[in-house]
Write a new protein. Structure first.
Length: 276
């Protein structure tokens, strides 16, 4: 009797153990299925964001630093259409193309995953303008503080800039730099432009009178006077203040004075009648 009960208990114990094992197997298989499904979803997302979206979605280009030019004009220069994709956009080539533009001083191009491109541009800021003959046409040309000459944008006005004439530019190339002899004068002009006093607004034209051995003088044409002013290459705030004072004195003497010479540390003038 006792042996039979013991045998029955053993069978029940073994049955319970097998049931627990089967239940544990089902839980393990369910866990494996869930983990596998999550891995599959992760793989799909990786493929979606690293392959499909970059290869199919159009890029979103943003520009910073633009002043004279628009984002649409920049895209035309880069030849990027509405179907340009992120994966096919060559950032190094884009930077090279923009760096070749004479009116761009510096540029950086950064690709942002998965579909953005950021282009930061530093345009050359003109501090003066000149008129040059190119292929039989007279065109306005800008000059930046470093002495780089670049063609003004079509339709851009140069009236707000000091006009410089007489620069020794025999053959103009867009993006060329003035000889070092004249760069200090351009830098001084840029400094004067940044002053709160608008000295340059009183001058309609600055003519560079080239001398021998690379030397030069300046001839200034005031806006509200028919008297031209001769000045040496030391172009500064002090020399312009001196010019304004002398002009006031000379204009009070009458309209007969055609030229004031402020070179050599002295003041002389030429009259229309005597020529001396």
């Amino acid at each position: 009797m006792s042996d039979s009960m013991m045998y029955s208990d053993i069978r029940n114990f073994m049955a319970e153990g097998e049931q627990k094992v089967r239940h544990s197997d089902r839980k393990f298989r369910a866990l494996k299925f869930i983990v596998g499904a999550l891995c599959l979803i992760l793989i799909v997302e990786v493929v979606l964001y690293t392959v499909i979206i970059p290869s199919k979605a159009p890029i979103k280009i943003s520009f910073s630093g633009l002043q004279m030019y628009t984002a649409e004009e920049m895209c035309q220069i880069l030849n990027t259409g509405p179907n340009q994709t992120w994966s096919k956009f060559d950032s190094a080539l884009a930077a090279s193309v923009l760096a070749d533009c004479p009116w761009i001083e510096s540029v950086s191009v950064t690709k942002g995953f998965p579909d953005t491109v950021t282009i930061s541009v530093k345009e050359r800021i003109p501090v003066a303008a000149t008129l040059l003959n190119v292929d039989g046409r007279t065109i306005p040309v800008h000059i930046d503080e470093t002495g780089v000459l670049f063609v003004a944008k079509a339709g851009a006005s140069i009236n707000h800039l000091p006009l410089i004439s007489g620069l020794p530019v025999e053959e103009f190339n867009d993006g060329m730099r003035l000889p070092s002899t004249y760069r200090n004068f351009i830098q001084q002009l840029a400094k004067i432009q940044r002053l709160p006093q608008k000295y340059l607004a009183t001058i309609s034209e600055i003519h560079v009178d080239v001398k021998e051995y690379g030397n030069f003088d300046l001839i200034l044409y005031p806006v509200h006077s028919h008297t031209k002013v001769l000045m040496d290459r030391t172009f500064s705030e002090d020399s312009l203040q001196y010019m304004v004072v002398v002009l006031d004195v000379v204009n009070s003497l009458g309209p007969g004075i055609s030229e004031i010479d402020l070179r050599y540390g002295s003041v002389s003038f030429r009259t229309k009648v005597s020529g001396s």
